[in-house]
Design a protein around this ligand. Structure first.
Ligand code: XMP
Length: 511
């Protein structure tokens, strides 16, 4: 009954997500038992298998932080100067993983004096003599090992003495006596700690004791009403900071860009090209692996196993798959190359799995069913542009159309609009003079916050996995490989039947 992926995808047709449908299996576990944890690259794992596109109407600092806070990851676009992109990484890295609040504490070294604190307070516009919470680290900066904390109560009783020369190390409450929060702790656990300790602020530390930030009782109280989504699955790196990705090109001056981004702590880069199987990309992968061994490199885009093999061969840590499947793409029309996205994901993932390299199914995701299909066909994550364009976290302002719809701009990075701003390297050859657009520019509707969208998608994907009987992404890949995941292609009429039909009117609320 039904067919295997191998049968379906080797018949000479190219298919996309809507062309195929999976057969249900046997249910013997609850949907909440499905674990969506997955690999983005060889070295980065995510708790939610979704990332946002490096496009200038999708991912800036706010989106990158929001995606990582929700357990996915965002890739900051590079249609801007090196300084602007580096500043976006810096800004995104400021968010404290376990609460999502961007609060920068005052951090000094143990040798700093109370006099220096006074000076800093003056600089921050705080009244003299009123001490903020001061965190003391080995380096005197955020990211250094936490040594202690100084609050008003540590310095109150020194009043009257000449305090300017007193060192923070003499008066601080030492790290061992402090209640701290781990960067990977969920919001609920943080709230419980704030309640039981009765403290107003708790330092947040990474695995190695490095200071990541501070959680504040006041901020969290406000947030309860603003963002009811439970967190605790944030994507963080070894230092306990949010994982942030960036797109870069493959030209000589992109090496300068890379260096600036690495300085800001970027965790993964995407070599951004619509046709990634090039000598330029292979050279860049080798350069990055040699110069920045800790940086994860995602190569692409590719749609065939031959392309995939070449990029994996020189060290790609992840592959981005898709050509012309995006909602704003015209590559297939303009250049006559590409592949149906389901077929592309199936074949590239099959090859990549043999080398232990995860695949990102990029473009063409229109609903949660497409995410489930991409994962079941071998991808480890999906990348979305239009799905996240129009959210509160996407760059740009909302506009009101004439008929009263709130919209935001969404444009292809190969659209003339975007290329005018400088993104031509993705879509133009090295020395091209005439600009040929490979994308369109337009608007999408207001979608609210990704804080609401992502939990909805995650739950819907879990239900899909439960229906065909896979408890996690690895198991789904196993079922695809051994042929126990059965599927069929859908005729036009079957696709029509699978959608909403024969209704006079209806409302389409998703949750
Ligand atoms: P969705 O369907 O999620 O697709 O909106 C986003 C993906 O589309 C790619 N992209 C483009 N492809 N011309 C193209 O052919 C373009 O102008 C363009 N801009 C973005 C990109 O892979 C993105 O992640």
């Amino acid at each position: 009954d039904g067919f295997t992926g191998l049968t379906i995808f080797t018949k000479g047709y190219t298919y996309t997500y809507d062309d195929i449908i999976f057969h249900p299996g046997h249910i013997d576990f609850a949907a909440h038992d499905v674990n969506l944890k997955t690999q983005l690259t060889k070295g980065i794992s995510l708790s939610v298998p979704v990332v946002s596109s490096p496009m200038d109407t999708v991912t800036g600092a706010e989106m990158a932080a929001a995606m990582a806070l929700q357990g996915g990851m965002g890739f900051i676009h590079y249609n801007c100067t090196v300084e602007e992109q580096a500043a976006m990484v810096r800004q995104a890295k400021r968010y404290v993983p376990c609460t999502g609040s961007a609060f920068e504490p005052l951090v000094l070294s143990a040798d700093a004096t109370l006099g220096q604190v006074e000076d800093e307070c003056e600089g921050l516009g705080l009244s003299a003599g009123k001490y903020p919470t001061v965190l003391v680290t080995e380096t005197g900066e955020l990211g250094g090992k936490l040594l202690g904390l100084v609050t008003t109560s540590d310095v109150d009783m020194l009043a009257g003495k000449s305090t300017a020369e007193v060192k923070l190390g003499e008066v601080m409450t030492k790290a061992g006596d402090l209640v701290t929060v781990s960067a990977t702790e969920g919001e609920e656990a943080v709230r419980a700690k704030l309640a039981s300790s009765k403290k107003g602020r708790l330092p947040v530390v990474g695995e190695d004791g490095a200071l990541v930030g501070v959680v504040e009782r006041g901020l969290l109280k406000d947030q309860l009403f603003k963002y009811p989504t439970p967190m605790g699955t944030a994507t963080v790196n070894k230092e306990g900071k949010l994982c942030i990705g960036c797109a870069v090109g493959t030209r000589e001056n992109d090496k300068v860009r890379l260096e600036a981004l690495v300085k800001e702590g970027v965790d993964a880069v995407i070599l951004d090209s619509s046709q990634g199987d090039s000598v330029y990309q292979m050279e860049m992968i080798k350069y990055i692996k040699k110069s920045f061994p800790d940086l994860q490199v995602i190569a692409g885009n590719v749609v065939t196993s031959r392309q995939a093999e070449r990029l994996i061969g020189v060290g790609a840590d992840g592959l981005r798959v898709g050509m012309g499947s995006g909602s704003i793409c015209t590559t297939q029309e303009v250049c006559a190359v590409g592949r149906g996205q389901a077929t592309a994901v199936y074949h590239t993932s099959k090859l990549a799995a043999e080398h232990g390299v995860p695949v990102i199914a990029d473009g063409g995701i229109q609903n949660s069913g497409h995410i489930t299909k991409a994962l079941a066909l071998g991808a480890s994550t999906v990348m979305c542009g239009s799905m996240f364009a129009g959210t509160a976290e996407a760059p740009g302002r909302y506009m009101m159309t004439e008929d009263g719809v709130r919209v935001k701009l969404y444009r292809g990075m190969g659209s003339l609009d975007a290329m005018k701003k400088g993104s031509s390297t993705r879509y133009l050859g090295e020395s091209q003079r005439i600009q040929i657009a490979q994308g369109v520019s337009g608007t999408v509707k207001d979608k609210g916050s990704v804080r609401n969208l992502i939990p909805f998608f995650a739950q819907a994907v879990k239900q899909g996995f439960q229906d065909f009987g896979a408890k996690d992404v690895k198991m789904a890949h196993g079922m695809l490989g051994d042929g126990s995941l059965r599927m069929e292609t859908r005729s036009g009429a079957a696709q029509h039947e699978g959608g909403i039909h024969d209704m006079h009117s209806y409302t389409k609320k998703r949750w």
